[in-house]
Design a protein around this ligand. Structure first.
Ligand code: TMP
Length: 228
């Protein structure tokens, strides 16, 4: 049974964004490779649009032309090694552009934003898996997007072996997909810790179950979101 997330948006005392009834909601999907983000994102967007809202679907790194260029640099196996520091800073460089040029303007116009990954990916991958101190990541997060936090984060979770088997069915692994199980275990553990720390923002969906059960959970989340 799903726990009800705090989906009352931006108007609660202490909310991350200022209360404005015109603002759209900001929803992020997170999870390690192979958990099936695309299908579930498409389904949630379909349900939100069917309710009459306009939705901007975006992804990170990426989402705008410059940020997509940075995504290519981050994901390809170049001839020159990518340092972990450069990787961390490029993630935030791409995020800064996506936030300023796409996400904030959309939310201000009342458009809902559904993003495939956001700063929790940096916490999980650069923090948990690469080992950067979370305090440095929080400093960068505050510097780059300040008060902008997701209203709701859907963490798609599965055991690493299950997710890696599914991801392995796709061809040509990128610079992240070639990492070993230990890397993804650390990322997954960090995600689960983040979800435990912020239960009012996160919903964890167990995607190791059959597709119909997962879809039913996404439908239930949509109902909660749209009724607030
Ligand atoms: P994906 O969007 O196809 O999942 O690929 C993005 C890759 O980038 C994925 O392996 C996760 C990784 N990533 C980070 O390491 N840190 C980040 O902040 C983000 C947004 C993604």
């Amino acid at each position: 049974m799903l726990q009800s997330p705090s989906t009352s948006g931006n108007c609660e005392a202490g909310a991350a964004r200022q209360c404005d009834m015109q603002d759209g909601k900001f929803i992020t999907f997170e999870g390690i490779e192979g958990v099936g983000k695309s299908t579930n994102i498409d389904y949630l967007v379909e349900l939100i649009e069917a309710h009459g809202h306009t939705v901007l679907q975006t992804r990170e790194p990426g989402g705008t032309p410059i940020a997509e260029d940075i995504r290519r640099i981050l994901k390809e196996h170049g001839d020159e090694p990518m340092s972990d520091v450069a990787e961390l800073l490029l993630m935030f460089a791409a995020r800064s552009i996506n936030v300023n040029n796409a996400i904030r303007p959309a939310l201000a116009a009342g458009t809902w934003v559904v993003s495939d990954r956001f700063t929790d990916s940096t916490r999980a991958y650069q923090g948990g898996a690469r080992g950067f101190p979370q305090a440095s990541i929080e400093w960068l997060a505050d510097f780059v997007h300040g008060d902008l936090q997701p209203d709701l984060t859907i963490l798609l979770d599965a055991p690493v072996e299950t997710a890696m088997q599914r991801a392995g069915r796709r061809g040509d692994p990128d610079r992240f997909e070639v990492e070993q199980a230990d890397f993804f275990s650390k990322a997954r553990e960090t995600y689960l810790q983040l979800a435990a720390q912020e239960p009012e923002r996160f919903v964890v969906v167990d995607v190791s179950r059959d597709l119909d059960s997962v879809r039913a959970d996404i439908g239930q989340i949509a109902t909660l979101l749209l009724s607030n």
